[in-house]
Design a binder for this molecule. Structure first.
Ligand SMILES: Nc1ncnc2c1ncn2[C@@H]1O[C@H](COP(=O)(O)OP(=O)(O)OP(=O)(O)O)[C@@H](O)[C@H]1O
Length: 929
């Protein structure tokens, strides 16, 4: 097979001005206008963003550095576990592809890069960026491990060698005619260096291995890298050689983070030209380009530890990266002007960011907690970049004949240049270098002129100085004399100097001591200041404590007010209750009085009835007496008559006597029944009186017991109320006491703390400071003390007032209680007395009644016995009269009848002590024998 790459005419559509001019000049036969691709061009294709997390390195593993990044390749998610203020905040990001720490170079390449390579071979321009913090594996991902000694393809080979190998493999498999060339440049401090340029003496002696390359606008919005070396490659091995060559030239600076960290951006470009044949048999060239960009570390420059000389370097790296960020932001936000021109990096990659190129960004991150900040910023950056839209277009295919024609004319032009140079028998110098040298020459001539003028003025100065020298010699002679004198003096002075030196040394020692003291003082001042701040914070705390105390006091006041209101309510309630009690008692007293009055009236009416009955009894007795008198008289008359007419009227007498005797018997019967009725009435009256009295006594007892019950219940309620009041008062006192103790404790604590602090500080400070501090402490102490005292006083006065109030309340309540107790005692004693008096009265009355009854019974018995005796007497009389009439007719004249009345006296004493008398007279009949 013919070595296709070698047969191809090298052409670079973008790296050299010539090739670009050519490509623009050519009439292009455009392919790839298929509808899908056309759509992509219209809508735009998002930049593909891939995240790769490196594994923990040996140092991190040794130190057991915590892992804060987790990668979920299936869900294409990266999760950052962040702890802010003891709270775990997880942030997750989703990307087009995610590769975890265990991912292999091969996996990443096949999943993310291989499809891009196919697109390159289709004729697209594609760019792969590696973006991330230093040491996260950008270079590892792009370049990978070194080539193995036996020439094998290593397993850790990166994207670049794999891409080249894949391209070769595909093209070989297609047996296509192609050529592949690579360029490798570095952007460092905004300067472009060709990493593939041959080693040659440069006009920059400080960096011989590199020559600066300019960026040029092509006038059509594109950028050209002028004079960039392009190397033709035909095997993967060649790629390694080129990479090694380029890497050796890359500038690396040792930072604190990664000893091999790259501080420059590198762009490795592969351009492929593939020869094709049209159906018409015409040869055309398909062109694709792959840019592989390894950006500089994205970390914060201050953290990387770069110093002094690297400041510019850092600035420039940042300039490129910052501009890249700004370009991405502007593209994402679609906010007007895109600042491509602000840095060389963005100028070079312009087409890859929002242009016709297909772009993929590989963001590399570290899983370590120490890189958390940078990792998050990388993830944010990459996530934002996902929204960039490019409008990829297939490069126009060149016709081989047109290309050949162009190349021939180019060769012709170059030939003419060489010829012209040869004709002049000299060395051909490019115009720019000539102009530069001319300028240098001019500058040199000006410099020489300036130096001549300078020389002249220096000669004049020399003359002046000679004169001055002569005069100075004279002066020196006089001065030598003086010197001698001075030397003597000097010796003296030396002595004193040594003294002084000694003193100086001592002074130095003193100064050192003082310096030490001053530094100590400064330290103490600083400590003091810190302490002052602490104190201020503590004072603030104390103030807040005091304010909380005030709030507590206010709360206490409020409670006191509420208590006062409660006491007032209680007072009014008590007054009301007392009023009601007073009224009840008054009502009961009036009721009792009324009952007593009623009783008195009843008694009076009873007494008057009794008096009346007695009167009636007396009148009846009087009547009886007169009746007896008249009866006796009539008997006397009869006896007289009998005496006178005994003889004549003996028979008549007999009948008359029997008549009289029956009349007398009836009369006695009537009197007896009357007396019996009278006595019965008396008895009834007395019984009814007794019943009434019993009922009244019962009523009185019930009323009294009711009154006593009411009084007792009121007393109990009042007692309970007093107990509740007492309990509340005790509770309140306890609360106040507790509050006071807490206040006292806090205040004591504050005082103690303050005194401790002050004592500690006093010890630490020097005398002067101690004095000042003492003064300020005293002032502060006084302030605090006055504040504390004031607080204490106010708290104590409030507590005193409260206690006073409580005592007054207690006093008044105990006074009321005493009064109440004495009143209830009095009422009870009155009740007892009244009950006793009533009982006594009732007893007396009972006794009187019993006496009355007894006497009435006795009266009635006597009356009935008198009646019986009278009747029996009457019968015996009748019998005797009959006897006399019958058997002793003669002797009757000799004997006379004699009646005598025996009197019964009944004395009674009533309640008032008055005595009344009742007389009952019974006739006694004696027969004078
Ligand atoms: N995925 C990975 N697997 C194994 N080792 C890795 C991986 N990624 C990075 N490393 C190792 O980490 C170290 C640093 O990687 P590398 O030099 O590629 O970082 P970098 O991002 O390119 O740094 P700089 O910005 O300084 O160029 C290297 O020793 C590399 O071998």
């Amino acid at each position: 097979m013919e070595r296709k790459g070698g047969n191809m005419i090298p052409s670079s559509p973008s790296h050299t001005p010539r090739s670009v001019e050519k490509s623009v000049r050519d009439i292009r036969h455009t392919e790839g206008n298929m509808s899908g691709k056309h759509d992509n061009r219209e809508k735009g294709v998002n930049v593909q963003v891939v995240v790769r997390c490196r594994p923990m390195n040996s140092d991190e593993e040794k130190l057991h550095t915590p892992v804060v990044i987790t990668c979920n390749e299936n869900r294409r998610e990266v999760c950052a576990i962040q702890t802010v203020a003891n709270k775990q905040i997880d942030r997750s990001f989703v990307f087009d592809k995610v590769f975890g720490p265990k991912s292999q170079q091969r996996d990443l390449y096949h999943t993310a890069v291989s499809p891009i390579v196919f697109e390159v071979l289709e004729g697209y321009n594609c760019t792969i960026f590696a973006y991330g913090q230093t040491g996260t594996g950008k270079t590892y991902t792009m370049e990978g491990g070194g080539r193995k000694k036996n020439g094998e393809f290593p397993s850790d080979a990166g994207v670049i060698p794999r891409a080249v190998k894949q391209i070769f493999d595909i093209l070989e498999a297609q047996s296509a005619e192609y050529s592949m060339k690579v360029t490798f440049l570095e952007l460092y401090n905004e300067e472009i260096t060709d990493l593939l340029a041959p080693e040659e003496a440069s006009k920059f002696p400080e960096d011989k291995s590199k020559k600066p390359i300019a960026l040029m606008e092509d006038g059509k919005g594109g950028v050209l890298v002028r004079g960039l070396e392009e190397e033709l490659v035909s095997t993967a091995d060649e790629i390694y050689r080129i990479l090694e060559k380029g890497s050796a030239k890359r500038r690396t600076a040792e930072t604190l983070m990664n000893k091999q960290s790259s501080r420059s951006h590198s762009i490795f470009s592969i351009t492929i030209h593939i020869k094709e044949r049209t159906p018409e048999g015409e040869e055309i060239i398909r062109c694709g380009k792959l840019n592989l960009v390894d950006l500089a570390g994205s970390e914060n420059i201050s953290r990387s530890g770069a110093k002094d000389g690297r400041a510019r370097e850092a600035g420039e790296i940042n300039k490129s990266l910052l501009t890249l960020g700004r370009v991405i932001n502007t593209l994402v936000e679609r906010s007007g002007h895109i600042p491509y021109r602000d840095s060389k990096l963005t100028r070079l990659l312009r087409d890859s960011l929002g242009g016709k190129t297909k772009t993929c960004i590989i963001a590399t991150i570290s899983p370590s907690i120490h890189s958390m900040e940078e990792t998050l910023s990388t993830l944010d950056y990459a996530h934002r970049a996902k929204n960039i839209k490019n409008k990829p277009e297939i490069n126009q295919k060149l016709m081989k004949s047109a290309m050949m024609k162009d190349l021939y004319s180019e060769i012709e032009r170059l030939k003419q240049e060489v010829y012209a140079a040869r004709e002049k028998n000299g060395i051909y110098i490019p115009k720019e270098r000539y102009l530069l040298e001319e300028e240098e020459k001019k500058a040199m001539a000006e410099k020489i002129e300036r130096m001549e003028l300078d020389n002249e003025s220096r000669g004049k100065q020399m003359m002046e100085l000679q004169e001055l020298y002569n005069s100075q010699l004279l002066i020196t002679a006089s001065l030598t004399e003086k010197l001698e004198k001075t030397e003597i003096k000097l010796q003296e002075t030396e002595h004193s100097l040594s003294d002084l030196e000694e003193k100086h040394r001592q002074a130095n020692v003193t100064i050192k001591e003082k310096e030490y003291l001053i530094s100590n003082l400064l330290k103490s001042e600083k400590a003091l200041l810190e302490r002052a701040f602490d104190l201020r914070a503590e004072l603030d705390n104390a103030a807040s404590d005091v304010s909380s105390l005030f709030t507590k006091i206010e709360r206490k006041d409020k409670i006191e007010d509420e208590n006062r209101i409660l006491v007032q309510q209680f007072q009014s309630h008590l007054t009301k209750e007392l009023d009601t009690l007073h009224k009840t008692i008054a009502a009961s007293v009036t009721q009792q009085e009324q009952q007593l009055k009623g009783m008195e009236e009843d008694m009076q009416s009873f007494v008057s009835t009794k008096a009346q009955a007695t009167e009636e009894l007396r009148a009846a007795l009087e009547k009886l007496r007169t009746m007896y008198g008249s009866g006796i008289k009539a008997l006397d008359d009869i006896a007289d008559e009998l005496d006178g007419n005994s003889q004549s009227t003996l028979g008549h007498l007999n009948s008359q006597v029997s008549k009289h005797s029956s009349a007398l018997g009836e009369f006695f019967k009537g009197i007896a029944s009357e007396a019996e009725n009278l006595l019965k009435d008396l008895e009834d009256i007395l019984y009814s009186q007794e019943n009434k009295l019993t009922a009244y006594a019962q009523q009185q007892r019930e009323a009294h017991s009711r009154a006593v019950e009411t009084s007792r219940s009121i007393s109990n309620t009042t007692m309970n109320f007093f107990d509740t009041l007492d309990m509340h008062a005790t509770k309140l006192t306890n609360i106040v006491e507790e509050g006071q103790t807490v206040n006292n404790k806090k205040l004591c604590e504050l005082e103690r703390k303050f005194e401790e602090c002050a004592a500690n500080e006093e010890k630490q400070l020097l005398e002067k400071v101690a004095e000042l501090l003492a003064v300020s402490n005293a002032r502060k102490k006084e302030l605090v003390k006055t504040a504390v005292d004031g607080l204490r006083e106010s708290a104590a006065s409030k507590a005193n007032r409260f206690e006073q109030e409580m005592t007054t309340m207690k006093d008044s309540s105990s006074c009321i209680r005493d009064e109440w107790t004495s009143y209830s005692k009095k009422a009870e004693s009155h009740y007892v007395e009244d009950t006793a008096a009533v009982e006594c009265g009732k007893k007396d009355l009972d006794e009187v009644l019993q006496n009355c009854l007894k006497k009435a019974k006795m009266g009635s018995q006597q009356w009935s016995s008198a009646q019986e005796s009278l009747l029996s007497l009457e019968k015996s009389n009748v019998a005797s009269v009959e006897e006399i009439v019958r058997y002793k007719k003669f002797y009757s004249l000799l004997y006379g009848w004699q009646f005598k009345l025996s009197t019964y006296e009944w004395v009674e004493t009533d309640q008032t002590g008055r005595t009344g008398q009742m007389y009952l007279m019974f006739p006694k009949v004696y027969i004078n024998a």
